[in-house]
Design a protein around this ligand. Structure first.
Ligand SMILES: C[S@@+](CC[C@H](N)C(=O)[O-])C[C@H]1O[C@@H](n2cnc3c(N)ncnc32)[C@H](O)[C@@H]1O
Length: 237
């Protein structure tokens, strides 16, 4: 199941996800599982008391992975009330795993600067499939930026190469962006000889073309943009 190869507007619609989750019991992780990404999570979220927001959590086991790994404050949101209710039932005995129905484009229920990290695996990609994609993506990124603390991190796991994501990220808000890559899962196994080490930053020039020079054309990877919030208003304080 991929978002990258299927151009469908339905991924941007609530009814699509409600309907899908009504028929999908159990859990499913898009792109990558927690264990594969854990070294990068440890690198950018070194303190397990940090408050983490997982946007568009779906029925992924990623947040359970975070909690099992010791992260004690994990808030999850999704636009689908169907999946949120299912996850609330599933984790009723895990008080550190909170699930709320919310649209990532309007997180006014959260105060500004209230999270240390936001994790997005496939959610910006979904919005980019739908109608008014650019406008929706910009709203989402502005909200993510708002709820992050200064120097907080937005970790975006996506199929989108830098030529398709860098400008959107840079135009939306003020970030310092670092790029990582991880090979796509083929047999459910981690690659023994990865193209590029997960925790090594991939050199990134202004238009992202440097990535091809390092990884070759169309590498079979997921891209991970680590966007660090630059709140210039804080500099003057
Ligand atoms: C591709 S799935 C990814 C699910 C999960 N993050 C994972 O890695 O398996 C995208 C998720 O984003 C949610 N979503 C779509 N639009 C949303 C919005 N505007 N606000 C919050 N969640 C949204 C969908 O309901 C769906 O659960």
């Amino acid at each position: 199941m991929t978002l990258g190869n299927t151009r469908t507007q339905a991924y941007g619609e609530t009814w699509y996800w409600d309907n899908r989750y009504a028929h999908e019991s159990g859990c499913f992780d898009w792109y990558q599982k927690y264990n594969s990404l854990a070294p990068l999570i440890h690198l950018y979220i070194p303190n397990n008391h940090h408050r983490i927001l997982v946007v568009g959590c779906g029925n992924s086991a990623f947040s359970q992975g975070l909690a099992d790994d010791g992260y004690g404050d994990v808030v999850n949101i999704d636009i689908s009330s169907v999946v949120v209710q299912a996850m609330q039932r599933k984790y009723f005995d895990r008080p550190h795993l909170i699930y709320m129905q919310m649209d990532v484009r309007d997180m006014s229920a959260f105060q500004s600067s209230s999270f240390d990290a936001v994790v997005d695996k496939g959610t910006l990609d979904s919005l980019l499939c739908g109608n008014n994609s650019r406008q929706n993506a910009t709203k989402m990124l502005e909200e993510v930026w708002r709820v992050l603390k200064d120097k907080g991190v937005y970790i975006l796991i996506t199929y989108g190469a830098p030529v398709y994501r860098l400008r959107l990220l840079r135009d939306s808000c003020s970030w310092t962006i670092k790029l990582h890559v991880i090979e796509k899962l083929t047999s459910g196994e981690d690659s023994q000889s990865p193209l590029w080490g997960l925790t090594n930053v991939v050199p990134l020039n202004d238009d992202g073309s440097s990535v091809e020079a390092v990884l070759g054309n169309n590498p079979d990877v997921h891209y991970i943009y680590v966007c660090i919030k630059d709140d210039y208003s804080k500099v003057a304080e």
